[in-house]
Design a protein around this ligand. Structure first.
Ligand code: ATP
Ligand code: ATP
Ligand code: MG
Ligand code: MG
Ligand code: MG
Ligand code: MG
Ligand code: MG
Length: 267
């Protein structure tokens, strides 16, 4: 219907092209996952299968969108990073965000049965929201990642202590909440260690720090049928072999690997 009398409606569309030469981060987050975790009886505070499912869906997203260079996830959220040079969808925010959200959601639902064979999905089905934000400098991008990882750490320390008080200490939810009200990190470490013999540092790395996926641009030569693709690692951006292990903290090991990381990202 080109040039029809209806075509003027096209001009109601608002431009949403993201600033050139900036890192684009699309963060998705599960909608109402507090309820979903109850409905499907996720292990509290951390259901490993649920995290593995999030990581598998994120890996699938990275395989389908070659412009993505890095992703970081914890809990029900994942942040996907498009390279500064990305021109996919002319950098239109709505197109980038909705494509990531729908691809992620499709795979999350598709792969569910593999991770929860005894828990069939029923409506309302899992869904995710998403947003795109531009980060101009490498420092901004790293600080963004550190911010999400700090969030992971704070929530996980709280949740671990809370659920230990409930599951092993026999407290009710309200009582455990009151006990933790106003407590700082050191108090939580002390409760875990002195009262329950739990050394928080021995918790799984992926619970404490989240998971990083990255694209290895410099994989050793392989048969052409096996494309060099997504990697995941505990030492972000430095492992040549594909494997998924938890993220180390962005502030220290990330820095140690900085040169390597910068090279891989083409900075
Ligand atoms: P919203 O729609 O606003 O995001 P929400 O209920 O999803 O609401 P979040 O702040 O995103 O709220 O929190 C996610 C919830 O899901 C938290 O309570 C978190 O502990 C829980 N959760 C996410 N992943 C897991 C997991 N692997 N195991 C156990 N609980 C999890
Ligand atoms: P883009 O990613 O840019 O949207 P696209 O290939 O999806 O690319 P569209 O302009 O969205 O391009 O066109 C959708 C295509 O799918 C058209 O070729 C359309 O004829 C075809 N298509 C969609 N629904 C049906 C259907 N029910 N039966 C047959 N063909 C269909
Ligand atoms: Mg949310
Ligand atoms: Mg959520
Ligand atoms: Mg969340
Ligand atoms: Mg169409
Ligand atoms: Mg289409």
């Amino acid at each position: 219907m080109a040039n029809s009398k209806y075509e003027y409606v096209r001009f109601f569309e608002q431009p949403d092209t993201l600033l050139a030469n900036t890192w684009i981060v699309v963060r998705i987050d599960g909608r109402g996952f507090s309820k979903l975790t109850t409905k499907y009886k996720f292990v509290k505070p951390n259901d490993k299968d649920a995290l593995d499912l999030m990581n598998a869906a994120a890996e699938a997203v990275m395989r389908e969108l070659p412009d993505l260079v890095l992703a970081y996830g914890n809990s029900d959220e994942y942040s996907f990073v498009f390279h500064k040079d990305c021109v996919l969808f002319e950098r239109r925010a709505s197109k980038l965000t909705t494509t990531i959200v729908s691809t992620f959601t499709s795979y999350y639902v598709f792969l569910w049965a593999k991770y929860f064979p005894d828990k069939p999905l029923t409506p309302p089905l899992p869904s995710f929201d998403g947003r795109a934000v531009c980060y101009p400098s490498d420092t901004n991008l790293r600080d963004y990642m550190s911010w999400r990882q700090a969030d992971c750490h704070i929530n996980n320390l709280y949740n671990t202590t809370f659920w230990t008080l409930v599951q092993q200490g026999g407290m009710g939810a309200r009582e455990a909440e009151q006990r933790l009200s106003g407590s700082v990190s050191a108090d939580k470490h002390e409760i875990l260690f002195k009262e329950f013999g739990i050394n928080y540092n021995n918790e799984l790395e992926c619970f404490k720090k989240g998971t990083v996926l990255y694209r290895d641009f410099y994989q050793p030569a392989q048969p052409s049928s096996v494309p060099a693709q997504v990697q995941s690692s505990s030492t972000p951006l430095a492992q040549p072999q594909p494997r998924r292990v938890p993220a180390k903290s962005f502030s220290k090991p990330f820095e140690q690997n900085e040169l390597d990381a910068r090279e891989k990202l083409g900075l």
